[in-house]
Write a protein that binds this ligand. Structure first.
Ligand code: AMP
Ligand code: FE
Ligand code: FE
Ligand code: ZN
Length: 280
């Protein structure tokens, strides 16, 4: 069984439509794929139809933006009730904040580079969630940078002069909202220290006390030392561990199935979640 529990589509900052991500997952030989767009469930319906068509199991989820210790963190929510207001109210608020924040970043950038909001709109047409990758795509199209990765090195870096943060719920509040909505919360790439600041150990205790279910340990942004640290934290707090690709289509080097989750952990997630895994 090959199970990849973290992918993105054009509903957020992936480059393939939801149906395409599911088709690619089936073609890559995966048995189970999760669609986990940032702060939205907008891709679920299309992905569900595609899962039936391509004979692959689908876990419907969302990668929820949150903050902890002044740091932006991501919490994967699996199998939640997509209509439950406990979570939809927070996601609505985050998406609104992301939009004004993206405009603010473009305002700052436009002082130094020739980019307009229309350029970004042209690259986020299908997205219900606007993120820095869409601004990166506009910068690439304008010939200012060669690819998304280069855009993130300086112009879009969280440590750079054009960065603007956006509202996101406090980590433990987000974990509780996910649980109230019937979702299973998993801390995404918690040890990705090359991409930005990571949270100290005590944040894991707080998230676990709020109801966190697991940690995404096997992820390409984790060094062997981080995987060891996170495995020990998961053991100490009684959390399960997952592995995933964090596939973004052509927007990142991550390949489908490059990290996988065990069937036992998927069974635990399914047991705790409010909605069903879509089975072929
Ligand atoms: P935002 O959600 O607007 O704060 O932008 C962060 C998102 O950009 C992350 O969720 C990643 O999907 C993406 N990202 C971060 N770093 C890179 C990079 N170096 N290359 C491509 N995408 C990136
Ligand atoms: Fe992303
Ligand atoms: Fe993430
Ligand atoms: Zn992700």
């Amino acid at each position: 069984m090959r199970i990849d529990l973290h992918t993105h589509s054009t509903a957020s900052d992936g480059t393939g439509a939801p149906a395409r991500v599911v088709a690619e997952a089936a073609a890559a030989g995966l048995d189970v794929v999760a669609l986990t767009d940032h702060d939205t469930t907008a891709g679920w319906a299309e992905a569900t139809e595609a899962a039936h068509e391509h004979g692959i199991a689908l876990v419907r989820g969302t990668e929820v933006s949150a903050r902890a210790h002044g740091i932006s963190i991501h919490l994967l929510s699996y199998l939640q009730d997509p209509t439950h207001p406990a979570l939809t109210v927070e996601l609505d608020r985050t998406r609104d904040a992301r939009l004004s924040r993206a405009r603010a970043i473009v305002d700052l950038l436009s002082v130094d580079v020739p980019i307009t909001w229309d350029d970004v709109l042209a690259h986020s047409r299908d997205a219900v969630v606007v993120g820095r990758p869409h601004i990166a795509d506009a910068l690439v199209a304008l010939g200012i940078v060669p690819d998304r990765d280069t855009a993130f090195l300086h112009l879009l870096s969280a440590a750079g002069p054009y960065h603007v943060p956006h509202y996101a719920p406090d980590g433990p509040d987000a974990v509780r909202a996910i649980r109230v909505a019937g979702g299973v919360p998993v801390f995404a790439h918690p040890g990705a220290d090359a991409r930005g600041r990571i949270v100290p150990d005590r944040v894991f205790d707080r998230l676990a006390a709020a109801g966190l279910g697991g940690l995404e340990v096997d992820h390409r942004d984790h060094s062997p030392a981080q995987r060891e640290r996170l495995t020990a934290i998961a053991d100490r707090l009684g959390l399960f561990v997952t592995g995933s690709s964090d596939y973004h289509g052509t927007g990142k080097a991550n390949r489908l199935g490059e990290n996988v989750t065990t069937p036992e952990v998927l069974a635990a997630i399914e047991e705790q979640g409010a909605t069903e895994v879509v089975r072929p």
